[in-house]
Design a protein around this ligand. Structure first.
Ligand SMILES: [Zn+2]
Length: 309
């Protein structure tokens, strides 16, 4: 689709812009798009899910887990709009029949699981309400724009991708051995598994909708992680190879058995179904907006295939 016709622009997806795009997509695509609020962040921002397609064999894409990786939120929204456009116009995308894809299956996209973290990374730490959750030291650090730009956690300083109930105890030991013993810009597991409303929102959604697989988007490294200890289902490797060939991203194994407590790990352990972490882009983090067009053109086919396989 033409860029000038797009609702979703290549701009930083802070909460105001994200909610505006979602409203406009709802108006433009009517009953082709269903939007639900799956929970609220610690600071009360709604966590939205976009549902497309009528089939029961649904797939979940999840972006915006880490604040500074907000380019993944833009990726989710940019892709959602193109998919909806192709669906309405009866067009193919990367040779795939979008109508067929969304009739037999379905795609649910959470563009921003951690809207507070994204807000901190994009607009700084001057958010109302933050002082209710962060220590004086962290609040002081949050006065620095550079510190905020690199923020990954939620508004309590908990890393959502270390808060899931899968190998959480080991992950907490790893964090503590690495000097992360409490709330932090990234890497802290929280006080107990699923302690955070953002984690619980996606857990609850997965309990309600039995997704056939999950793709969690992070940045960066141009890599795809596809296994978790002894819980990796046999078909995950073949699926990961399809994703890898279509994107050119490398397939990776976690560097140690201690890597755990993420969405991918929890989903595989709980449902014995495939889940993938895709680390998009490379270079500096946050990835500059100027890289987005290249990044999208490289990932477009993988995004279509990920919903089809
Ligand atoms: Zn991440």
């Amino acid at each position: 689709m033409k860029e000038s016709d797009r609702i979703v622009k290549i701009e930083p997806p802070d909460d105001g812009r994200l909610k505006m795009w979602i409203e406009r997509l709802k108006s433009a695509y009517g009953n082709l798009l269903e939007v639900s609020v799956i929970g609220n962040s610690l600071l009360g921002r709604s966590i939205c899910a976009l549902h497309m397609g009528s089939g029961s064999r649904r797939v979940l894409y999840c972006g915006g887990v880490h604040g500074r990786e907000w380019i993944t939120t833009l990726l989710m929204m940019y892709f959602a709009e193109e998919l909806l456009h192709a669906y309405r116009e009866g067009q193919r995308m990367c040779e795939m029949d979008v109508g067929k894809l969304l009739h037999s299956g379905g795609l649910t996209i959470i563009p921003a699981l951690n809207p507070d973290g994204i807000e901190i990374a994009i607009n700084g730490g001057d958010c109302p309400g933050l002082r209710d959750y962060l220590s004086a030291d962290l609040l002081k650090n949050c006065r620095s724009r550079e510190f905020c730009r690199r923020w990954k956690s939620n508004a309590r300083g908990v890393d959502i991708n270390r808060n899931f109930d899968a190998g959480w105890d080991e992950m907490r030991s790893v964090a503590m051995n690495g000097g992360i013993c409490g709330p932090s810009a990234g890497g802290w597991t929280g006080e107990y598994p699923e302690s955070e409303p953002e984690t619980r929102a996606v857990v609850q959604l997965c309990e309600e909708v039995r997704f056939r697989h999950v793709m969690a988007f992070h940045s960066q490294g141009e890599e795809i992680y596809w296994n978790y200890r002894g819980f990796t289902p046999p078909r995950a490797h073949l699926m990961a190879r399809v994703l890898s060939v279509s994107s050119g991203y490398a397939l990776c194994q976690p560097q140690s058995d201690a890597a755990a407590a993420g969405l991918k790990d929890w989903f595989m352990e709980k449902y014995h179904a495939p889940a993938f972490t895709v680390e998009i882009g490379r270079g500096e983090c946050p990835i500059p907006l100027g890289c987005f067009r290249f990044l999208y053109s490289r990932l477009r086919e993988m995004l279509v295939l990920g919903a089809a396989i």
